[in-house]
Unconditional design. Structure first.
Length: 292
């Protein structure tokens, strides 16, 4: 049980920025941004390729995050004036990034096992020290985003998702704020991809398969679990980010637990999807009873 929890916790640390990115997209911007799949790989691909070319790991990491932000800017430009639906724009951007990531990497897979990365020396000293460093890096980015959401920009992004027409009538540049929002979310996805590549030791063109849907499931799951003990009716960024962490941890704990039970991996998504459906049904029943 302890080994399962530790494995789940280590996976949670690297995946958390991706879940937070999906939370911002889904709950604040009110859009399911499928570009996150492509940006996840983009962050890993840029970092791995630059490190392979003997670029400083710090510069490679910064470039990876910026590349994700640029991808977010691109998908925002596609949606300019709401001429293309956000979901369709995300699918198109991911489709384009599939070829772009392959061109960047030059091949489907780049190994980082023999390369110096941001965390490689820490892992060489001890696994615990390595994971502490990864946790700090992941936490710093999430805390930065949390701080931004407490500012006026965060309030405007929430207003953009809830009522963009109201912002337009108040003379606010909607497209600029949409651009900033999607740059933020895709930058976070790139952070997650960059950290994942370093902890597993490689960047792969198919490493993000289903990541956006997984992140969506963990965010919804976390909110439902947290709402059982706390009121989630009012917006509270601490609770919301806590829900992301709980949902991701629960998901990976379930995955590792089922694998230790020697469940066929082919059935994993089916079982986890069924669990998610059950939580959503219970949430719907609870909400209906609360309204009566």
């Amino acid at each position: 049980m302890l080994e399962t929890f530790i494995a789940a916790l280590s996976q949670t640390v690297t995946f958390l920025p991706m879940a937070v990115a999906l939370y911002i997209s889904f709950n604040i911007l009110r859009a399911i941004d499928m570009t996150l799949d492509g940006s996840f790989v983009l962050g890993a691909a840029i970092f791995a390729r630059l490190v392979e070319l003997n670029v400083s790991p710090v510069i490679a990491a910064i470039s990876a995050v910026l590349s994700g932000a640029i991808a977010g800017i691109g998908v925002s430009i596609m949606q300019r004036g709401q001429k293309i639906d956000s979901l369709l724009a995300g699918v198109l951007a991911t489709f384009i990034l599939l070829s772009g990531n392959l061109l960047i990497m030059g091949r489907p897979n780049i190994s980082l096992l023999s390369q110096v990365t941001l965390v490689s020396r820490a892992f060489q000293n001890s696994q615990l020290l390595g994971w502490i460093l990864v946790t700090l890096l992941s936490g710093v980015f999430c805390l930065i985003i949390c701080a931004i959401l407490f500012t006026k920009l965060g309030l405007i992004l929430r207003a953009l998702g809830d009522n963009p027409n109201l912002l337009a009538r108040r003379g606010k540049p909607i497209e600029l704020y949409r651009l900033l929002g999607f740059a933020m979310t895709n930058g976070l996805a790139a952070v997650s991809g960059c950290l994942t590549a370093q902890t597993i030791g490689y960047a792969d063109i198919g490493m993000s398969y289903g990541m956006t849907l997984t992140a969506l499931g963990t965010v919804i799951l976390g909110k439902q679990i947290l709402s059982m003990g706390l009121s989630m009716h009012k917006f509270n960024i601490g609770k919301e980010f806590g829900a992301c962490f709980i949902g991701v941890l629960f998901y990976f704990f379930a995955v590792n637990g089922l694998l230790r039970l020697e469940i066929n991996p082919l059935y994993l998504k089916m079982l986890l999807g069924t669990i998610l459906i059950g939580f959503l049904r219970l949430a719907g029943i609870a909400k209906t009873r609360g309204q009566i």
